[in-house]
Design a protein around this ligand. Structure first.
Ligand code: ADP
Ligand code: MG
Length: 351
C-alpha cells in the first residue's frame, strides 16, 4: 500500500490507497456527484440552487442568474466519423440549452472551451462554429468567450448562462404526492438512433431516429411557458434516460412514483425498429439517454392547461405516471399489471 501526501494549505493531508477503495466504478457517476456536492456545500446567501439541479441559480442584484456546463468528448459522446462538425456545434449548444429549458429560463451568454488535436482541419472548426452560431442565433444567445488547448481527442466544454424569474423557475425538488408525471415528445429515439449509427453508420435507416440523436431540439419555449403559466411543480430534462432522470427528480423532491410502461410515448419509427435492436420494446425508452425532452410534475387540475400548451406548441405531452409517497420508491407498471422496481436505471459514465 503506498502512502501519498496531498498539500491542503496549512495542514498536510495523508491519503493512503485505502482511501480509494471506493473506485469510481463502484460509486458511479451519481455517487461521485453526491460526494462532490458535500465537499462543495455553500451557505452563500445569494445561492438559490447549487449542485443538484439542471442549472445553478444565483441571485445577482434584482436578476436571477442561471449557469450550466456540459462536456462532450470524442470517442465517448460522439465520433467524428458520423458526427459532422455543423451538427456537432448545434448539439453541443442543445445539450446546455436543454438544461436552461428544464428550469423554464432564458439562455443569454455562452463560453466555449475546446481541446483540439493538431491534425484537425480549420474547415472542421469553422463548420463547428457555424453550428454553434446557428443555435445561438435561434435562441438569441451571444458567444462571449472560452478557452482553447491542444488535446489528443476533441473535447468540447460549453458553459451557458441565462436568466429567469426566481418565482417562476422550476426546480427538481418541487414534486408533491398526488401530482401527475408528464413527458414531452417521444422517448428512446435518440438511443435507438445511436444504436443504428453504431451498427450501420450514417447509411442506417430510418434516418429520422439517427437525426434525433445527431440534432436534438431543446424544448426552450415549452419550458418557459410551463414556468410562466405555473403549470408544473418540478421539472428536469431527460438527458440520462427516463428512469435515471425520474430518480433524480424523486430524490430531490423526497417522493416516490409509479410509471405505466404502456403510456410511455413512442414514435412510429421507434415502434417499427426497436425490436431489431432490443428484445424489450421499452428498454431504450426507459434507459436510453439524450432525448432532451422535458419531464415534469403537475397537479391534476392543470391537465387542461397542459393539453392546451401541447396543442399550441404542437408538441405531444403525455401523462405517464403519478407521484407517490417516498416509501413507494420508483415502480414501473407493466402491460400485464405486474409492477417492478428498476435496479439498473440508465447510463452512468463509470458503471
Ligand atoms: P445534467 O444531466 O442536467 O447535466 P448532471 O447529472 O451532469 O446534470 O449533474 C447533476 C448536478 O451535479 C448538477 O448540479 C451539476 O452542476 C453537478 N455536477 C456534475 N458534475 C460536477 C462536478 N464535477 N463538480 C461539481 N458539480 C458537478
Ligand atoms: Mg439536465
Amino acid at each position: 500500500m503506498s502512502l501519498r501526501t496531498y498539500p491542503t494549505g496549512k495542514k498536510r493531508l495523508r491519503v493512503t490507497d485505502t482511501h480509494h477503495v471506493s473506485s469510481l466504478g463502484k460509486i458511479g457517476e451519481f455517487g461521485l456527484i453526491n460526494r462532490i456536492r458535500k465537499w462543495a456545500s455553500s451557505a452563500a446567501p445569494a445561492l438559490v440552487q447549487g449542485i443538484g439541479d439542471d442549472v445553478a441559480v444565483m441571485e445577482m442584484g434584482c436578476k436571477t442568474l442561471l449557469a450550466t456546463t456540459d462536456i462532450l468528448i470524442e470517442g465517448i459522446h460522439f465520433e467524428r466519423s458520423w458526427m459532422d462538425p455543423y451538427r456537432l456545434g448545434k448539439k453541443s449548444m442543445a445539450v446546455n440549452l436543454s438544461d436552461i429549458a428544464a428550469m423554464g429560463g432564458t439562455p443569454k451568454y455562452v463560453l466555449i472551451s475546446l481541446g483540439l488535436p493538431k491534425n484537425l482541419s480549420f474547415s472542421f472548426i469553422s463548420w463547428f462554429y457555424r453550428g454553434i452560431k446557428e443555435a445561438a442565433r435561434r435562441h438569441r444567445v451571444d458567444l462571449v468567450g472560452g478557452d482553447t488547448s491542444l488535446s489528443e481527442k476533441m473535447v468540447i466544454n460549453i458553459c451557458l448562462l441565462g436568466e429567469g424569474r426566481k418565482k417562476d423557475l422550476l426546480f427538481r425538488k418541487g414534486a408533491r404526492v398526488g401530482d401527475e408525471l408528464f413527458v414531452s415528445g417521444t422517448l428512446g429515439d435518440s438511443a435507438l438512433g445511436l444504436k443504428i449509427l453504431q451498427k450501420k453508420g450514417l447509411r442506417g435507416r430510418p434516418h429520422r431516429l439517427i437525426e434525433k440523436h445527431l440534432s436534438p431540439c431543446p424544448r426552450l419555449q415549452l419550458g418557459q411557458a410551463l414556468a410562466e403559466r405555473r403549470c408544473a411543480t418540478a421539472m428536469i430534462d431527460v438527458s440520462d434516460g427516463l428512469l435515471s432522470d425520474t430518480r433524480h427528480l424523486l430524490e430531490e423532491s423526497g417522493v416516490g412514483a409509479m410509471i405505466w410502461e404502456n403510456r410511455i410515448p413512442l414514435s412510429q419509427s421507434y415502434r417499427r425498429t426497436s425490436h431489431l435492436y432490443s428484445k424489450d420494446p421499452f428498454h431504450m425508452a426507459l434507459s436510453g439517454g439524450e432525448d432532451y425532452e422535458l419531464l415534469f410534475t403537475a397537479s391534476p387540475e392543470k391537465r387542461e392547461k397542459i393539453s392546451s400548451l401541447s396543442r399550441s406548441f404542437k408538441i405531444p405531452i403525455t401523462c405517464i405516471g403519478k407521484i407517490l409517497p417516498k416509501k413507494k420508491k420508483l415502480r414501473i407498471v407493466q402491460k400485464d399489471g405486474e409492477t417492478y422496481s428498476p435496479s439498473r436505471l440508465g447510463f452512468d459514465h463509470f458503471r
